[in-house]
Design a protein around this ligand. Structure first.
Ligand SMILES: Nc1nc2c(ncn2[C@@H]2O[C@H](COP(=O)(O)OP(=O)(O)OP(=O)(O)O)[C@@H](O)[C@H]2O)c(=O)[nH]1
Ligand SMILES: [Mg+2]
Length: 414
């Protein structure tokens, strides 16, 4: 049965917004930490562990599990997902999936035919899910066109059409999606900018980790000299990652930090300089001027620098993110966006609004507080995770069981 059929083949409503993690050891281990990992990151978050496959054999010892337990464990082993990051992203998108695709599916299920009322309800769902006015209009127009051209009669037939048009908006056919313009063997400079608290420092650390794994020699620049403890926060990450950090005193000129960081990188054979800047309100002209200066200075000794200027956005702020992108882009010519905190928000539709509005690509998405919780934004993969029938997210790794969310399967062991 195709995906659409799977959504519509279910007799009940889609499961609650936090599908089962209890029966899936991989997901449990990889879940974001609770609040303790805060501001100063004194205890940086734990990383996701590899799938805990051996534990899956536990059902065999369970009286009620017996042969069934062994059978399920074997099936799970055979179907262990190739990509734990996909699982993580799909898990992070639970609430958005429920709020957006789940609601649309409910609508299509409850409507007998495609009529004006259906279009109005669909519009309301898309707008509430932060897809934005421009993208919503485009989606509705495309769907109406499909109904006309393909002579669609059943509301359920619209789901694949919706996915397709969202794919077009998100640039699903762009092979460059998600990639930063960085190359090993030269000094690449990446600036991370954004308003307060969006996730810049955490993203700096996550990117460092991501590129370290690819063999890049990384250096961090503590260009947030404004917020008390910001430098130490980055130092904690640098120590943990085992990378150099260039830092000045609190209150010093951030552009000077960047200048020194680039000089140090050139001297030490560093491939990638990640610059963590201070949170700044886009409405404060002087702070935006400071950003322009940082940008200018970074290109002084290194003509192509900065190679990337990434605006870090907080997905939970919804439409506000659009205004931030607009103003930061005017000030600093952004090359990419990072959308953080997509986990735990139902407002992930904002990514569609952003893609519709700007030519600036979303390069990474943040789906948690841990180092592994940053993923290149690959539209096809994102849509796959979003449109996956809820109980199927992680289901393959659970051997295709159909129990409702949160209900541990019999014989799943403990
Ligand atoms: N759930 C979740 N939390 C995140 C994500 N990214 C960052 N955070 C959390 O958001 C909080 C703020 O992150 P920071 O990286 O300090 O944000 P910042 O933009 O550097 O903040 P300022 O320097 O004060 O402007 C921290 O508690 C992070 O752990 C994410 O993708 N998901
Ligand atoms: Mg910060």
């Amino acid at each position: 049965m195709d995906r659409l059929g799977r959504w519509f083949g279910r007799s009940k409503n889609p499961p609650a917004e936090e599908p089962s993690t209890t029966e899936n050891p991989e997901v449990e281990v990889a879940a974001p930490l609770a609040s303790g990992v805060g501001e100063n990151h004194q205890e940086p978050p734990r990383e996701a562990s590899p799938p805990a496959v051996p534990n899956e054999a536990a059902p065999a010892t369970n009286a009620s599990g017996g042969l069934r337990g062994i059978w399920e464990a074997t099936r799970r082993l055979a179907l262990t997902p190739v990509d734990p990051f996909f699982e993580k992203m799909a898990e992070g998108l639970n609430r958005t999936r429920q709020n957006l695709v789940g609601q649309v599916v409910d609508l299509f299920r409850s409507h007998g035919k495609i009529d004006e009322e259906l279009w109005e309800d669909l519009e309301a769902i898309l707008l509430t899910a932060d897809v934005g006015v421009g993208a919503t209009d485009r989606i509705l127009e495309a769907l109406r066109g499909s109904v006309h051209e393909k002579k669609l009669r059943e509301p359920s037939e619209l789901l694949d059409e919706l996915r397709e048009v969202m794919g077009r908006i998100l640039g699903a056919d762009n092979p460059q999606a998600g990639a930063l313009k960085v190359e090993k063997g030269r000094v690449n400079v990446v600036l991370l900018v954004g308003v307060n608290g969006t996730g810049k420092t955490t993203t700096t650390a996550k990117l460092a980790h991501h590129y370290q794994k690819q063999g890049f020699k990384v250096l961090l620049a503590a260009a947030d000299t404004f917020r008390a403890a910001a430098i130490d926060q980055l130092q904690v990450w640098a120590d943990r990652l085992g990378v150099d950090l260039v830092r000045h005193r609190e209150g010093s000129d951030p552009a000077a930090v960047v200048y020194d960081a680039i000089a140090a990188a050139q001297a030490r054979g560093v491939d990638l300089v990640l610059v963590d800047t201070a949170g700044r309100l886009h409405s404060k002209a002087n702070l935006m001027e400071e950003l322009k200066k940082i940008r200018r200075v970074s290109g002084k000794d290194l003509p192509d620098a900065p190679h990337e200027v990434l605006l870090v956005l907080d997905a939970t702020t919804g439409q506000n993110a659009l205004e931030q992108a607009r103003v930061f882009h005017q000030a600093t010519e952004l090359t990419g966006l990072v959308l953080c905190k997509l986990d735990g928000t139902a407002r992930g539709g904002i990514i569609v609004a952003i893609a519709q509005e700007f030519q600036i690509p979303v390069k990474y998405i943040g789906v948690g507080e841990g180092l592994e919780d940053l993923q290149p934004f690959i539209p096809q993969q994102f849509l796959e995770a979003l449109f996956e029938q809820p109980s199927e997210v992680g289901e393959e790794s659970r051997g295709g069981q159909k129990e409702p969310a949160g209900k541990a399967s019999e014989g799943s062991g403990s």
